[in-house]
Design a protein around this ligand. Structure first.
Ligand code: PMP
Length: 466
């Protein structure tokens, strides 16, 4: 080995020790992961090796944990044919994976021979999708702009806020994720996505997301907690009047569900100081929280950012909704994307929305979310490791703790629980190291919920009997 490669090896080893973002989930180089991979069949392991051989390795993606052969509704199937109820789906699967109506709409659109429209032209599916989103969203959101992905939609939202307010600073939340790219990663609150990139977009301030279970003061009273969190915002606003936007997810990814008071107060602060309130609903839109949009639990933002399930789980698509009064940027480009009005993606988006509507999936999310939370709270009575159960609709998190008093995160246990669940066909994602997140497709049934509860109960029993 040459000296150069030896140095490279040392640097790589140092980087390998840098833990990947806890917020984003389970880690792909642990003993538990190795044992799991060894338990897979030879053909799958072969393809995992091929995958690892050709893709550029990066945290949280390559190497991967399994190979999928197909997806259907709320389920994913691996190469060996094993079926899993997927509780993650990256948030694209609100209408279910491989949704037949969405697939049919995409095929029909292809058969129309209109899969793309060059700039300066429009098409009917794009217009229809824009119109449908305006009708579906809360009153006051009357203008639409599409783009290929969520990170770009965040960029557009912030560009509009900056252009219209004439200000440029931003305030967002620690531990949040809003996408890749310099602006989106700057407003994100995880150093994992910015380390090593040099200067990020300046003027990006961060505060803590209100958290009623875990907060720095050990408080439990909601109003007191809200006030202390709001104070963080007020302090920044006093010193930085040139703030263009406050950007956050209405309910955090973990999830933490803020009080209505909190977002009402933030809305008021924004109104008073001419600041845009931007809600990132890339995960939470389209019924995830038991309403079409999570902002319906709270207040109407100046910009609502959508993505993931906007593509019907079949194609990538994202976009923003904003107010009529902000339609004043005719002289600027704020989202100059090649696929801005893509007819194929628009057809998929329309079919996805129609499906969610036709089969009452928003109501299903609200009802089964309640059912699942109730079942999880019953498990909490049996297992002291469950410190907290939080969520809204089918956006649920189970916080595992070593001790309910200290709330020390049960990180190793969470990982083992995750693999035990996986063995039973329940594919969970761990977030923040110890929170089991549950975000299944909205077309799940009560039986699916019982499957989740049964598997989790067994996994917790096994982890404690080991
Ligand atoms: N915001 C949130 C809340 C997200 O979860 C994501 C994707 N995980 C993004 C933004 C970025 O979206 P995309 O990956 O489509 O760029």
């Amino acid at each position: 080995m040459t000296f150069r490669w030896a140095i490279f090896g040392i640097i790589k080893a140092i980087y390998m020790r840098t833990p990947p973002s806890k917020e984003q989930g389970d880690i792909n180089s642990t003993d538990e992961r190795r044992k799991y991979i060894e338990s897979l069949d030879a053909e799958t392991r072969h393809w995992l090796e091929e995958d690892a051989k050709y893709f550029l390795h990066q945290a949280l993606s390559t190497p991967v944990m399994n190979v999928l052969s197909r997806t259907e509704g709320p389920y994913i199937y691996d190469l060996a044919g094993k079926k899993y109820l997927d509780l993650h789906g990256n948030g694209v699967h609100n209408a279910g994976f491989s949704n037949p109506d969405v697939a049919a709409a995409v095929i029909a659109q292809l058969n129309e021979q209109l899969a793309f429209t060059p700039r300066r032209y429009t098409n009917l599916p794009a217009i229809r999708l824009a119109k449908r989103l305006i009708a579906l969203s809360p009153q006051g959101l009357d203008r639409v702009l599409f783009c290929p992905g969520g990170s770009e939609a965040i960029e557009m939202a912030l560009a509009i806020a900056k252009q219209i307010t004439g200000k440029w600073k931003t305030l967002s939340y620690w531990d949040s994720y809003h996408g890749n790219g310099f602006q989106a990663a700057s407003v994100g609150g995880e150093e994992h996505f910015t380390t090593g990139l040099g200067p990020m977009v300046p003027g990006a301030f961060h505060v803590e997301f209100p958290n009623y279970y875990r907060n720095p003061w050990g408080l439990t009273n909601e109003t007191e907690i809200d006030e202390l969190h709001l104070r963080q915002i007020r302090v920044i606003l006093q010193r930085h009047p040139d703030l263009a936007a406050i950007l956050g997810e209405p309910i955090s990814a973990t999830p933490v569900v803020p009080s209505a008071y909190y977002w009402n107060q933030v809305r008021e602060l924004c109104d008073r100081q001419g600041i845009f309130l931007i809600f990132d609903e890339i995960i939470e839109g389209f019924g995830r929280t038991g309403k079409w949009f999570a902002c319906e639990h709270y207040v109407v933002p100046d910009v609502l950012v959508l993505g993931k399930s906007l593509g019907g789980g079949v194609v990538p698509f994202a976009g923003i909704l904003t107010a009529e009064k902000y339609n004043v940027l005719q002289h600027r480009s704020v989202g100059h994307f090649t696929h801005e009005k893509n007819p194929l993606c628009s057809a998929a988006g329309l079919a996805g929305i129609d499906y969610i509507d036709k089969y009452g999936l928003v109501e299903n999310s609200a009802n089964l979310g309640e059912y699942l939370m109730q079942g999880l709270r019953e498990l909490q009575l049996r297992f002291p490791i469950i410190g907290n159960v939080a969520g809204k609709g089918l956006h649920i998190g189970v916080d595992l703790v070593k001790d309910r008093g200290t709330k020390e995160r049960a990180v190793a246990e969470a990982e083992r629980v995750m693999y035990h669940c996986l063995e039973q066909g329940i594919a969970l994602k761990v977030i923040e190291g110890n929170v089991l997140t549950m975000r299944p497709a909205l077309c799940i049934t009560r039986d699916d919920c019982d499957w989740i509860l049964d598997a989790l109960g067994k996994a917790l029993t096994e982890v404690f009997e080991d």
